[in-house]
Design a protein around this ligand. Structure first.
Ligand code: HEC
Length: 134
């Protein structure tokens, strides 16, 4: 049951990548293009990982910019996910939680060790959402 709902949502989301407004089983995903958001999230993560692993110099200002982009994107997606079904509410809650995690990480941008722990929690959310919806 849950799996069927997830895969229905996923096909809606896949379609959403090519539609500016999508009505899917009464669920409006207005103006969301998830695929480009995810690509930039992944690029950002590589940048942050590079700084934490010493491949590039740790730069708190750049870390802050990346986190602000995560927060803005996740908030925008959450605000544009309309619908009351459990799967949509769950999906929206996950983006809202990701934004909250991003804000927590932002508070530690100047402290690489603290930021590392928070980024780890964010990556845990990337993985758990993908496990549920991909
Ligand atoms: C709340 C749910 C959620 C979170 C959190 C999330 N993702 Fe995703 N991600 C998805 C979904 C759903 C797809 C499939 C989108 C599609 O195929 O259109 C996806 C697809 C992707 C893709 C493939 C993009 C493509 O279509 O080419 C990448 C890369 C990705 N995510 C990276 C990340 C990274 C990195 C994070 C964390 C920083 C993250 N995601 C967090 C839901 C999420």
């Amino acid at each position: 049951m849950r799996k069927a709902a997830s895969s229905a949502l996923r096909s809606c989301l896949l379609t959403a990548a090519t539609a500016s407004i999508l009505l899917c089983g009464g669920t409006a995903l207005a103006g969301i293009e998830l695929s480009p958001v995810m690509s930039s999230w992944s690029q950002n993560l590589r940048k942050l990982d590079g700084m934490l692993s010493g491949r590039t110099e740790y730069d708190a200002a750049k870390v802050g910019e990346s986190l602000k982009a995560y927060i803005a994107d996740a908030s925008r997606v959450a605000e544009n996910l309309h619908g009351t079904s459990n799967s949509v509410r769950n999906f929206r809650d996950r983006f809202a939680a990701f934004a909250a995690e991003g804000r927590r990480a932002l508070a530690t941008a100047a402290d690489p060790a603290g930021f590392r722990r928070n980024l780890h929690r964010m990556v845990g959310q990337c993985q758990s959402c993908h496990a549920a919806y991909n």
